[in-house]
Design a protein around this ligand. Sequence first.
Ligand code: CU
Length: 137
Amino acid sequence: MLKTNRILLAVLFAFVLGILSPLAIAGGPPRLITVIADKDNRYKIPGQKLPVITLKANEVVHLRITANKSTEWDKDGTIHTFTINALKDQGWDLRLKEGTQDFTLVAPAEPGSYVVECTVKCGQGHDDMKMRLVVIP
Ligand SMILES: [Cu+2]
């Protein structure tokens, strides 16, 4: 009987830890960050002068990206991308269709400054279609 109680307690403890620890690490539910990949081939973040996203290392984030079509697009219908070359294999390579799409991503473990760029030839200004992700420890 005592042994059963101890096992039950251990299971309960593991369960509570499992729920609380991700929240404790991230400091709450994931933040929602809104980005516009606009028709003038620039990234914009409403309410900010410069399009920069700052995240903590390993932070989970929801990105809500609205893409507006410019003068050129890919034949598969992708009008812009939101790509960090160094983090492509971690999902940071979003192909954007016209309209608003939501993505959940995890910030890299390595602090630093990452360049986000568009990899679809989208028209005039495409080569400068860049923004920044800053990852802090
Ligand atoms: Cu582009």
